[in-house]
Each structure stands twice: as C-alpha cells, then as structure tokens.
Design a protein around this ligand. Sequence first.
Ligand code: NAP
Length: 210
Amino acid sequence: MSNDLKGKVNRLGIMGGTFDPIHYGHLVAAEMARGEFNLSKVLFIPSGTPPHKVNRDVSAANLRYEMVELAIQDNPAFDLSALEIERIGLSYTVETLRVLRRAWPEYELYFITGTDALLEIFSWRDAEEILTMIQFIGAARPGFDASDFLLKVQQEHPETQGRIHYLEVPALAISSTDIRARVRNGQPIRYLLPELVRLFLQKHGLYTAE
Ligand code: NAP
C-alpha cells in the first residue's frame, strides 16, 4: 500500500468466513491485514447459511459464532457481528455490506477473506455492486500464485483495478478442513487454534463424526 494513503481515512476490515472452526491462520490474517492496510478495527462476521454450502454439513451458526467470540476476546481491535447468523435465509455478502455501508458511512470498507473464496467473487450475488462498495483483501495460503490471480481478475474485470489486494499469510497453512479431519481421526489439534476454542469444540463434540 502506498504511504500517501495511510492515516488519511478511517478504514474498517470485515473478516468474512464460515469459521468452522476459527483457527490461528484466520487470526493472523486479520491482524496482518489490520497492520498492512492501517485498519482501525476488524469486524468478524461468521456466515449464517453460506450460499455455496447448502448441500454440505456446516456446524450450527451459534456454535461457530461462539468459537469466534472466544478466539478474538483478547484483541481490542477485533470485534464480532451476528449480522449474518441472525438474518433469515442464505448469507449473501452483498446484503451484509449494504447494512455495513449505511452503519459506517465515513469508513472505507475492506473485506478480508480467503483468496480461493475471492476467485469465485464474480459468481456472488450482485458482485458488481459489491466491488463499488468495498475493496478486497485476499488472504492467501503459502504457495498460492497471486500474480496469476490478479492478472486474470484485472484482465477480465478492469474496473476492479486497485480494489483487490493480496496478502500472503504463512499461518494459513492451517485450515479448518484439516482441523475437522484431524478431530475425526483422533489426531492432535493443539496449537492450531486458540486453546479456548479447542476446549469448546471438545465440549460440544464437534467434528467427531463424518
Ligand atoms: P470457503 O469456501 O469455506 O473458504 C475458501 C477458502 O478461504 C478456504 O481455504 C478457507 O480456509 C479460506 N478462508 C475463508 N475465510 C477466510 C478468512 N476470513 N481469512 C482467511 N482465509 C479464509 O469460504 P467461506 O468461509 O464459506 O466464505 C468466505 C466469505 O465469502 C464469507 O464471508 C462468505 O459469506 C462469502 N461468500 C459469499 C458468497 C455470496 O455472497 N454469494 C458466496 C461465497 C462466499 P478455512 O477453511 O481454513 O477457513
């Protein structure tokens, strides 16, 4: 990011994800984005019913919400919103952003999510409108080739020039899918996610069955 942008505007990070479960990769990504893009705050928004996962088992929204609450409690720059889990129906990002746009009119909004999720952005409901409202920060796992991704997006959608950013996050070698598989197979997950979250999912018997 160029230095001339720093400090001139208020910026809010919006951390969207299913968080099933939240882990250190997500937390490091949010904190790195906060530092790199000079965000005043990062608001975590667990998806209620993700539109692309209607045929897949996703843990109950209230449990995913509680795990995020436990995970972020020691960072004063992190906050949590129940906007999507309280809304009836599928969790379309555009609807969330319309609400946030109204609630934070003086802020620039940065939507932080996984780069693989961002690759699908143009299939999201009202994608063009989304891109006028906010900028994106794609948090990438190590080894993800961002140059290809950015080139393709800019070629196919020149209007997104300068509005989609990329952040390599080595800690994203941790993944929710892997954690769920580990629990199912009785393998250790300690140190992949906050201890309070590990104890929570143990208490609720999450991910033990297929
Ligand atoms: P996903 O398909 O579960 O995740 C795609 C990849 O991104 C996974 O590798 C995931 O890793 C990673 N990821 C997800 N959220 C992340 C985050 N905040 N920071 C870093 N990495 C992250 O994606 P999802 O979590 O369900 O959806 C991501 C966001 O896009 C959500 O806010 C969702 O509502 C939105 N979305 C909207 C639409 C729509 O409006 N039509 C459609 C799809 C997605 P982990 O598995 O380790 O998290």
